[in-house]
Design a protein around this ligand. Structure first.
Ligand SMILES: Nc1ncnc2c1ncn2[C@@H]1O[C@H](COP(=O)(O)OP(=O)(O)OP(=O)(O)O)[C@@H](O)[C@H]1O
Ligand SMILES: [Mg+2]
Length: 141
């Protein structure tokens, strides 16, 4: 089994960058493509009242920083991933993008930035595990 296209959704947490490191190693091993995705959260737990342009702009600025950090990690491993921003419910977008790009492995963190309880896995990861069109590798901290 050789993976051809890895999807790495990140939310800016340390564990996401750890996932990028592991994904880059796998991308090298399988000579696979790699896409890094950040979802600007909209709907669901986020009240739509906050969905004003300035907030979106702020998220975009954040995403840029996350992507720069991600690029540093992948460049060191001689991998050049694609970067993508989507807007919506993170788990829905992760699944949508995985289907759209035909990704055959999703590599994500067990937790993200919103984590309080370390025992359970994060809600986004849980939903992706339930609905993903492909295998999911969950990176723990
Ligand atoms: N906005 C996002 N964009 C891209 N990936 C995300 C996003 N949010 C979460 N993820 C992915 O899901 C992983 C786990 O995050 P998740 O949101 O499930 O946990 P949490 O933030 O600790 O808990 P919760 O959000 O349920 O309070 C992250 O490491 C990342 O891979
Ligand atoms: Mg979260």
């Amino acid at each position: 089994m050789a993976y051809k296209h890895l999807l790495v959704p990140i939310d800016g947490s340390d564990i996401g960058f750890k996932a990028i490191e592991q994904a880059a190693d796998l991308a090298k091993q399988y000579n696979a493509k790699m896409t890094i995705l950040f979802v600007i959260p909209k709907g669901g737990e986020f009240v739509d009242l906050f969905n004003i342009k300035t907030v979106t702009k702020a998220f975009e600025e954040e995403a840029k920083k996350f992507f720069e950090k991600a690029r540093k990690i992948t460049t060191e491993k001689n991998i050049s991933p694609s970067f993508r921003i989507a807007e919506g419910k993170p788990y829905e977008k992760i699944i949508e993008v995985a289907k759209l790009l035909g990704c055959d492995l999703i590599i994500m963190g067990s937790h993200g930035r919103g984590s309080i309880e370390k025992f359970f896995i994060g809600s986004c990861t849980e939903r992706v595990l339930k609905e993903a069109p492909c295998p999911v590798l969950v990176v723990r901290d």
